[in-house]
Design a protein around this ligand. Structure first.
Ligand code: HEC
Ligand code: HEC
Length: 430
């Protein structure tokens, strides 16, 4: 009897092993899995960071996700490097809706002019009653720590635009997309669109890997490829805090702290490192699964692809495998970000859809009137749409697309009112 039981157990154990092995091989052969999603970085509770959950990105020893988030939320003052020129005191000031790392209504100002050949030129803006100049920068900071340093747009700078802030949640997955994947999307677009659509992929410098460049994917102009580079740029240009990758302040007028202002803490990391880790460790924006399951949203989802919105607002992309070396050798894709399927509803390419703001940042001259396809994940949290926030309804934002998107928008125009509303219901579930 006992022997019988033992052999039954052996058979059972062997079967169980076969099942487990089968499941493992299944996962391995399938390779990729869905990226985790969630608005799981609340700011607006009594103990910020305590209720936050990351995507599993490995934290350096001594660091935690909550600690990275608290750096992203830290309000800087003049004593720790804020200004002289700045836009706001912390990353979270402009990246908070509905949780830390999201979007906001905050816009910023960019200006410039064209030279005689029609090429965009960055302005040099004089401050301090003409005694000093902020050279070669299209960003105009809205705030200064003293009135002498205040920037004001000269009439000569007749190309002007506002830019809304962008979502950073899930951006670690975007950084981990192999550049060749984006090139392949661009190469497919002409045949999907009768030659009307072809995204532009630009190479931009990776600041932490001097001499190296990579395909840009962040910012309205794809001006950055790396989240550490973007963190460094934002710390200087949004907050006036100089750091090891951008060590010189925009002006010396009213400046009191020595450069670089962001130095390594006891953990061996600077603020820009914590910002980059925070963003790399966030989950992707989640859909509203209740709304998405409705008949209207399901029909809207089909229409979205049937009329060609998905040629630019690409519905699924798989990130590079874990272990892939990116950012000019400065970053290795970890398991938490590798081989993950994301649904960003973007191709992360530049297009002329008739809304271009005339400004060139890190790209060739022909990018002046192109914008990056706005990723639509999390778009339900945005009430001011398009780069300038000037489109206040979904319908108006869609109808504003022209240029490369003209035939797709004509397909939209030809939908019935019910179908248009179904498509917008789908957008409201993202
Ligand atoms: C005053 C508002 C403001 C502040 C402060 C600010 N940002 Fe932003 N952020 C923006 C705007 C506006 C954009 C879009 C810029 C563009 O492309 O023109 C943006 C874009 C980004 C992006 C690109 C996201 C994407 O997916 O394309 C990243 C990353 C980012 N910010 C990180 C940061 C970090 C890190 C900080 C803090 C050091 C910060 N930001 C502070 C307004 C702000
Ligand atoms: C040729 C590529 C292309 C096609 C086709 C296209 N879009 Fe876009 N879409 C863009 C670009 C580029 C932007 C950003 C434009 C800007 O901000 O000036 C954008 C912006 C948007 C926005 C604003 C998002 C935000 O966060 O502000 C919405 C909504 C949108 N598109 C929906 C659609 C829908 C729906 C369709 C199909 C009817 C569509 N798009 C077709 C490229 C495209």
């Amino acid at each position: 009897m006992r022997n019988h039981l033992r052999s039954y157990f052996r058979i059972f154990a062997a079967l169980a092993l076969v099942c487990v092995l089968g499941a493992v091989t299944h996962v391995l052969s399938q390779g990729s899995s869905q990226a985790p999603t969630g608005f799981s970085t609340p700011t607006l509770n009594t103990d910020p960071g305590s209720q936050s959950f990351s995507n599993g990105f490995p934290e350096p020893s001594g660091d935690t996700f909550g600690n990275d988030q608290s750096h992203f939320e830290e309000q800087d003052g003049v004593d720790n490097g804020l200004g002289p020129l700045y836009n706001a005191q912390s990353c979270v000031s402009c990246h908070q809706n509905p949780v830390t790392g999201g979007i906001s209504q905050v816009t910023e100002l960019r200006v410039g002019h064209n030279d005689g050949n029609g090429n965009f030129v960055n302005p040099s803006i004089s401050i301090n009653d003409g005694q000093n100049t902020v050279p070669n920068r299209s960003l105009v900071n809205d705030r200064a720590t003293c009135p002498q340093a205040q920037e004001r747009t000269p009439g000569s700078e007749n190309i002007r635009t506002f830019r809304t802030s962008l979502n950073t949640l899930g951006d670690g997955f975007v950084e981990s997309i192999d550049s060749n994947t984006l090139v392949a999307i661009a190469n497919n677009q002409p045949s999907q669109s009768g030659g009307q659509i072809e995204g532009e992929f630009i190479q931009v410098p990776v600041l932490e890997a001097p001499g190296h460049s990579r395909g840009g994917r962040f910012g309205w102009k794809n001006q950055h490829a790396s989240l550490l580079s973007f963190s460094s740029d934002a710390y200087l240009n949004e907050q006036g805090v100089t750091n090891r990758l951008n060590p010189t302040d925009t002006t010396t007028v009213c400046k009191t702290t020595p450069d670089p202002e962001d130095t390594n803490g006891a953990d061996g990391m600077a603020d820009i490192d914590h910002f980059a880790i925070f963003m790399r460790a966030t989950k992707a924006p989640p859909v509203d699964s209740v709304l998405l399951a409705t008949n209207d949203a399901q029909t809207g989802q089909q229409l979205f692809s049937a009329i060609g919105c998905n040629i630019c607002h690409v519905t699924s992309i798989t990130t590079a495998p874990a272990g892939t070396v990116i950012n000019g050798g400065a970053f290795v894709v970890p398991a938490a970000l590798g081989n993950k399927i994301i649904h960003p509803f973007s191709d992360f390419l530049l297009h002329n859809v008739g809304t271009g703001d005339g400004i060139v940042q890190n790209g060739p001259a022909d990018t002046a009137n192109k914008m990056r396809t706005a990723p639509l994940w999390g778009v339900r949290t945005r009430d001011r749409l398009m780069h300038d926030g000037e489109s206040l309804t979904r319908n108006e934002a869609i109808l504003r697309h022209a240029g490369e998107a003209t035939f797709v928008i004509n397909n939209y125009r030809n939908l019935s009112t019910t179908q248009k509303n179904q498509l917008i219901t789908f957008l409201n579930s993202l």
